[in-house]
Design a protein around this ligand. Structure first.
Ligand code: PLP
Length: 224
């Protein structure tokens, strides 16, 4: 697997060259991450706390660690000191736990709210009503150690481009509507994390600011 060459051709295929690239290195050995680092990558995405914990000390200090998967509340404390951005905040409970851990170590932790946009039932994330309820609650305005920097979403796993585009469009619309809403100062709509190996070009066309790409860089994953 020529990671450097994959990165070069990937960058060339970007519809928006300003869009940030998160290299999703889950299941991949540290040598692969180092190759990507040598090719200029600083942002790495992992979806398991145990794995991110094991890899973090092995990589240079300026590596930025993105937690992209479903995060259990009881594991927040392990990554709170160093995580660069938590993409998958999918419940108020989790947000409050991140705030609590941030408070403990006096660090404001950057996060994205994961929004349910896919047709599939199985995908995590807030629906519109849950989001509305959280934002308008008094508890929400008391958050002090979290910085909500934007939204994240995953489209349905399908070949149907029209469907994918529709889902990304709806996420972008929500992102824009939140921008225009009066929200607490710890909420700022700056980043829209959408797009993976199979759909990043569509996501970029629909306004993504960050794509999370794994297999197009590191090759297919082996789950054994
Ligand atoms: C694994 C994963 C990705 C990357 O998937 P690829 O199809 O390999 O690019 C992106 N986002 C999330 C949340 C993931 O879990």
């Amino acid at each position: 697997m020529d990671i450097k060459a994959n990165l070069e051709s990937l960058k060339k295929s970007f519809v928006n060259s300003e869009c940030k690239l998160i290299a999703v290195s889950k299941t991949k050995p540290i040598e692969d991450l180092k190759k990507a680092y040598e090719a200029g990558i600083r942002d790495f995405g992992e979806n398991k706390v145990q794995e991110i914990q094991a890899k973090q000390p092995e990589m240079p200090a300026d590596t930025r660690w993105h937690m992209i998967g479903h995060l259990q509340s009881n594991k927040v404390k392990y990554i709170a000191p160093y995580v660069y951005l938590i993409h998958g905040v999918d419940s108020f409970k989790l947000l409050k736990e991140i705030n609590k851990q941030g408070k403990k170590i006096d660090r404001v932790i950057p996060v994205l709210l994961q929004i349910h946009i896919a047709e599939e039932e199985s995908k995590f994330g807030f629906d519109r009503q849950e989001l509305e309820e959280m934002i308008s609650s008094s508890e929400f305005s008391e958050i002090s150690h979290v910085h909500v920097k934007g939204l994240m979403g995953m489209a349905t796993f399908t070949e149907d481009e029209t469907q994918i585009r529709k889902e990304f469009k709806s996420l972008k619309q929500l992102f824009e509507s939140l921008k225009n809403k009066a929200l607490p100062s710890f909420v700022q709509m700056e980043e829209l994390s959408m797009g993976m190996s199979g759909d990043y070009q569509i996501a970029q066309e629909e306004g993504s600011t960050m794509v999370r790409i794994g297999s197009a860089i590191f090759g297919a994953r082996n789950y054994s």
